[in-house]
Design a protein around this ligand. Structure first.
Ligand SMILES: Cc1cc2nc3c(=O)[nH]c(=O)nc-3n(C[C@H](O)[C@H](O)[C@H](O)COP(=O)(O)O)c2cc1C
Length: 395
């Protein structure tokens, strides 16, 4: 079912209210999501992106209700990832010679995934443009590593629409499509979660790209993303947020993350929290048990934090695997300018806090000296050490 975006531009994507996760189980989806594709019908008919393979039949059927597929003059593949290109093989079977505009890296990712080197690729780079009639042009802007090497955005002159693909998107189902229609609280939560969990490692590039886009001084009336809402009400608000988030963003928040087997480490976590609340009442404190909370939500809280405290008991001369796996994910995100502290209980050898310290340092955190390493269950002196952590993190 198509939905009007503006003038001769329609949304022809898929809204999936039942999606539960993305990127394997690496990204939790709590409020549905969408794969947004767009159809432009000027003198030329242009399809911007497609949708994930499981939806390809529905996608192509819907498209055929609107147009004869043979009237598509060309396709723009802003990003080769399968959620946006997965319907290309089925579509190209129907219209095999249709040009596909993408970056040089787009040819590599699409060929690597679909094994069709014979597709009619038209390689574009930043500043290249193509006339689509009625005085309008599509202008291409490479978005290298935002978030794949092949990513690009496409700007439609005249209607002033930036088809930004994954940038500025959210995994969030918005039936009415537009940001002004969406539940605002959820929209911003999801936009932040998307940035924190997907774009944080590329923050220096986000900053540069936003500056580049701002310098172009393009009139932007609409930012048409590839997931979640389309920004039409004050569309630059999300660009400004990205600029803020890209600069080692932090709020006055400390997040305590732990796992435990018999709750000793949990007691230390709560002592650290209550001490922070006492020492620094303006600081927001949150506590998460890694095994019970959503790991992407925890990561979003880490993104907002100036410091974290991480706890695990010693297990098998190391740490709990739940904490180890989470630390691998933490390292991938390349956080900067955040403090950390470590804590945890042990029974005999006590390597846990050392392992946590090493892994956090390796993930780019400044680990404070204060730590709470506690033999069996915490006693008064262990709680004092936990208080020492709170003090060091609040300084
Ligand atoms: C399966 C298992 C393996 C453990 N391995 C170690 C170990 O290698 N070294 C150590 O010092 N303690 C080890 N312990 C002891 C725990 O660290 C200790 O019970 C600690 O108090 C548990 O903390 P918790 O209450 O936060 O779960 C192990 C405990 C279990 C259940």
């Amino acid at each position: 079912m198509k939905k009007l975006v503006k003038n001769n531009v329609n949304w022809v994507g898929i809204i999936d209210w039942e999606l539960e996760s993305f990127h394997g189980a690496d990204y939790s989806i709590n409020h549905g999501s969408s794969q947004n594709a767009y159809l432009i019908q000027e003198e030329k008919t242009v399809l911007i992106d497609t949708v994930w393979k499981p939806h390809s039949t529905e996608f192509i059927d819907n498209l055929e209700k609107e147009i004869d597929l043979n009237t598509i003059d060309f396709i723009v593949a802003n990003h080769g990832e399968i959620d946006h290109s997965g319907s290309l093989p089925a579509l190209m079977e129907r219209i095999p010679n249709t040009p596909i505009y993408c970056t040089a890296n787009g040819v590599k990712s699409l060929t690597g995934q679909y094994h069709h080197p014979e597709w009619n690729y038209q390689v574009v780079k930043t500043g290249d443009s193509v006339d689509i009639g009625n005085g309008k042009k599509l202008v291409f802007v490479e978005m290298r590593m935002l978030h794949w090497p092949d990513s690009m955005a496409t700007y439609l002159t005249g209607d002033n629409i930036l088809f930004s693909n994954d940038a500025f998107g959210q995994h969030f189902a918005v039936e009415e499509l537009f940001n002004d229609k969406a539940d605002q609280c959820r929209l911003w939560e999801e936009a932040l979660k998307y940035y924190a969990n997907i774009l944080t490692p590329f923050s220096p590039l986000v900053k540069k790209k936003v500056e580049e886009i701002q310098a172009l001084n393009l009139p932007i009336d609409i930012i048409a993303t590839s997931h979640g809402c389309i920004w039409r009400d004050n569309p630059l608000q999300i660009v400004e947020k990205y600029y803020e988030w890209s600069q080692n963003y932090q709020e006055d928040q400390i997040t305590i993350v732990y796992d435990t087997m018999w709750e000793g480490t949990k007691q230390l976590a709560h002592k650290i929290s209550s001490e922070i609340a006492e020492l620094s009442p303006q600081t927001r404190v949150k506590i998460y048990n890694i095994s019970k909370a959503d790991k992407n939500d925890i990561m979003t809280e880490v993104f907002k934090s100036k410091a974290i405290a991480l706890g695990s008991p010693t297990v098998g001369n190391s740490i709990l695997s739940s904490v180890g796996g989470w630390l691998d994910f933490l390292k991938e995100l390349k956080f900067k300018e955040k403090k950390a502290a470590v804590f945890g209980c042990y029974g005999w050898s006590g390597e846990g806090t050392k392992v946590l310290r090493e892994k956090l340092t390796d993930a780019g955190f400044s680990v404070v000296e204060a730590e709470a390493k506690c033999l069996w269950n915490p006693r008064e002196e262990d709680f004092e050490r936990a208080a020492g952590i709170a003090k060091a993190l609040c300084e």
